[in-house]
Design a protein around this ligand. Structure first.
Ligand code: FAD
Ligand code: NAP
Ligand code: SF4
Length: 699
């Protein structure tokens, strides 16, 4: 379905969000902008068709404007060696495939132009100052005057080529710590020539880039600037500098400012799930007093309600959402049609998007494994409707049931518990993971829409499946043609003397509030769940921090004259003394997410959790948890008793596979997915991917 054309009728559900917006002659039908995200499909010519379909899917879903991942303006600025760029006629020809697909889908698309500077994973990189990148290994060359002018001209050249390729606008990446931002901040600009020193000199590079780009493109071609409005690094910009830069940007021909928050090396989390929604909009709103061009707010805006609320306040003109459009390409259409409860809301986990991008893997989405795989993972209508039993309504079973039913199969879902979600429902109770409830809401609604028959409180047996008595249907219609076993996992109970002591409980019992928990607690296991449970135990009963408390915990300064707006963090006191223990020697939390692990590690540190590695568990008794300690080489270094009131076991999980053999032996077509398939290295990303793939594999 093609996206709607511009409508002047007010939208009954989100009137502000669906007001048209014009940026230098380019009229958008709504104020939802898909922010730039590097997907990994930008870099190789043979991925062009996949990338075109990825964007076209979002265009058909009604988004106002798409902004591509960053394309380098020169070899010295590539994000990765041989990465995506816009420098010659071949690039133009390739990009016509993308712009054509988006326009045919009824959408509009802007190309983001980037120079990575010291952030490039690229041996040919150049940068403003001398300071090496803390996030990438290659050394860079400090730019000479000649190189600076070459790069300025490269921006103009690439902008001209982007216009030729059919893009509707360009965005200049001036934030997140990339080259333009590196010039703007003393943090990375230690130059003593006319490109460094005072604000005017540091801003000269961006001013010249804007002037050059304006010169090279048509007067009616929109230029958007992604401007950093909070660097969150020491020696970042002050507010006066940011405001001055915005005014200069408007003066030299920028048509809209898309605001950007935080460098990649910032010590303040800016996009993970525990960041309060719309936490940084106030920075964008402040710019309203400085410029009259459209302002776009970004970061942790993930629902139409939040977006509408921002726009209603009247100081921001549009909202940028990148990950929410990965999670649900139809976000805009669903909101426009009053179907917001059907949106698959991004939960800010980063597990399949940014965590992939930072290790060079193709970007997708934990909730929507089809993101980036639109041409290969298809859920087309079936021509042969089958009767499918899905056993277990954790993430794996939910994804399988909904996807199979969307294809037209007759699906019955069996869940032993009284509600859907499995282990994911426990995750949603962790402070800072409240967004996970959105996923449960999404699946619950999809089960209704797709007419899946849901049997709650039904621990189904192999016999009931085989003889059809589990089914809501009768007679022959009750027989299942396919059985998806998504029975998941149960917490592992390790073999420790005294493990059945009354002070011991599983993570599920602890988090679900089934048991009283004392003030001193030992956590056995320091994996993802050990960290989550430690955060849960050290946080107040009402876990959702308000914005002010969150800023205080992470050191966001209210004083706008402080460079970068960073100050000393002042964590709220922990509510319990927690010890987190693991058998492995060395640091804890090494397997946590690439872009989120540091936030968890910093959180348990700020809450004073004592981390003990290299331990063996000797005994649990009334005294507490008895440990033998070892050094990194495995040599015993001593004994210790943790005198605690309770012990929470987070020692991994084991698969629930009791139905696999009886059903397989009986000759039933079974598909085993999620934790039932393999408990180790299980997460919701694999569970949902397997669920979706099994539904796609049905005839
Ligand atoms: P499960 O979630 O275990 O679901 C299986 C379901 O099957 C259960 O509801 C069970 O009742 C049902 N069942 C079993 N047998 C039967 C039967 N015979 N009949 C009917 N029903 C049956 N993952 C992430 O990716 N990111 C995170 O940040 C994250 N955080 C987490 C935090 C915590 C505290 C916890 C506990 C987990 C977290 N996880 C996270 C892990 C994630 O929740 C699991 O990987 C995921 O739930 C596994 O999905 P599943 O569907 O395979 O199994
Ligand atoms: P995990 O990450 O594999 O950690 C299991 C922990 O238990 C480890 O610390 C392990 O350390 C310990 N352990 C294993 N066997 C043990 C035994 N027999 N006795 C005592 N200790 C034992 O698994 P998890 O923490 O249960 O998490 C499950 C999955 O959920 C993870 O794979 C993760 O992907 C997902 N998850 C993700 C997040 C996230 O933020 N992305 C958060 C939570 C969960 P030692 O062996 O060294 O003792
Ligand atoms: Fe959002 Fe997680 Fe999907 Fe990324 S992987 S788009 S953060 S839900």
């Amino acid at each position: 379905m093609a996206a709607p054309t511009v409508s002047l009728e007010p939208n009954p559900y989100y009137p502000k969000l669906f007001e048209p917006l014009t940026i230098n002659g380019l009229t958008l039908p709504n104020r939802i902008i898909m922010g730039s995200m590097h997907t990994g499909l930008e870099d190789r010519a043979w991925d062009t068709d996949k990338l075109a379909e990825y964007y076209a899917t979002r265009a058909r879903g009604g988004v106002g404007l798409i902004i591509t991942g960053g394309y380098a303006t020169s070899r010295t600025g590539q994000l990765v060696t041989l990465g995506g760029k816009m420098t010659n006629r071949l690039d133009v020809a390739r990009h016509r495939t993308i712009t054509r697909a988006v326009h045919e889908g009824g959408g509009r698309i802007a190309m983001q132009l980037i120079h990575a500077g010291r952030y490039g994973y690229n041996p040919f990189k150049v940068a403003a100052g001398s300071e090496p990148s803390p996030i990438h290994p290659f050394k860079h060359l400090k730019m000479t005057n000649q190189i600076i002018w070459h790069v300025i001209r490269s921006f103009g050249q690439s902008a001209k080529l982007a216009e030729k390729a059919g893009y509707d606008a360009i965005e200049l990446m001036g934030g997140e710590g990339y080259l333009i931002n590196q010039f703007l901040c003393p943090h990375t600009n230690d130059r003593t020539d006319k490109w460094g020193g005072n604000a005017e000199n540091r801003q000269r590079f961006l001013v010249e880039v804007i002037k050059e780009v304006r010169k090279q493109v048509s007067p009616g071609f929109p230029i958007i600037l992604r401007q950093s409005v909070a660097d969150f690094v020491k020696k970042g910009q002050t507010w006066d500098e940011i405001a001055l830069m915005a005014r200069k940007a408007q003066e030299h021909g920028v048509d809209a400012i898309n605001t950007d928050i935080g460098w990649h090396e910032a010590g303040v989390p800016t996009i993970v799930t525990s960041v309060p929604r719309a936490a940084f909009v106030k920075f964008t709103e402040r710019l309203r007093d400085e410029v009259s061009i459209p302002l776009i707010a970004s970061n942790r805006i993930n629902t139409p309600e939040v977006a509408e609320d921002i726009l209603e306040r009247g100081r921001v003109d549009a909202v940028s959402m990148a990950r929410p459009l990965l999670a649900d390409p139809e976000f805009a259409d669903k909101a426009r049609e009053g179907r917001a409860d059907e949106i698959n809301t991004c939960i800010g986990c980063n597990q399949a998007c940014l965590d992939h991008a930072f290790v060079g893997k193709k970007v997708s989405c934990l909730l929507n494994p089809r993101a980036g795989r639109e041409t290969t993972l298809k859920l087309g209508a079936t021509r042969l409707a089958r009767h499918v039993a899905v056993i277990g309504a954790g993430p794996a079973g939910l994804a399988a049931a909904v996807s199979a039913a969307q294809r037209g199969h007759r699906v019955e879902l069996f869940e032993a518990g009284e509600s859907v979600g499995g282990q994911f429902s426990i995750a949603a109770r962790i402070p800072g993971k409240e967004e996970f409830n959105e996923t449960l809401r999404y699946f619950t609604r999809q089960l209704e829409i797709t007419n899946v028959i849901v049997h709650l409180g039904k621990r189904v047996t192999a016999e009931e499946i085989l003889d059809g008595s589990a089914s809501a249907a009768d007679g022959d219609a009750a027989k299942f043609t396919d059985v998806v076993i998504a029975t998941g996992v149960v917490p592992r109970i390790p073999d420790i003397p005294g493990i059945d002591h009354p002070m011991v409980m599983s993570y599920a019992e602890a988090v679900l509030g089934h048991r009283e928990i004392g003030k001193r607690v030992a956590v056995i296991g320091a994996g993802g769940i050990g960290f989550d449970v430690s955060e849960f135990l050290t946080t107040d009963e009402s876990p959702t921090l308000n914005l002010k408390e969150w800023e205080q915990e992470w050191g966001v300064s209210e004083d706008l004259s402080v460079p970068g707006f960073v100050t000393k963090p002042r964590p709220l006191p922990a509510t319990r003394q927690v010890y987190m223990v693991q058998r492995k020697p060395g640091g804890q939390g090494k397997t946590l997410g690439k872009t989120t692990g540091w936030v968890h590690r910093a959180t348990v540190k700020m809450k004073g959790v004592e981390q003990i590695s290299g331990a063996t568990y000797d005994l649990i008794d009334d005294e507490g948890l008895h440990l033998t300690l070892h050094d990194k080489e495995g040599n015993e270094t001593g004994k210790r008793v943790l005198e605690v009131d309770n012990i929470v076991v987070c020692a991994g999980q084991e698969s629930v596979r009791d139905l696999v053999d009886p059903l397989t032996v009986a000759g039933v077509t079974t598909h085993v997915i999620g934790g039932a398939d393999l408990a180790s290295e299980l997460d919701a990303k694999r569970a949902i991917r397997q669920g979706t793939e099994v539904a796609a594999s049905l005839p």
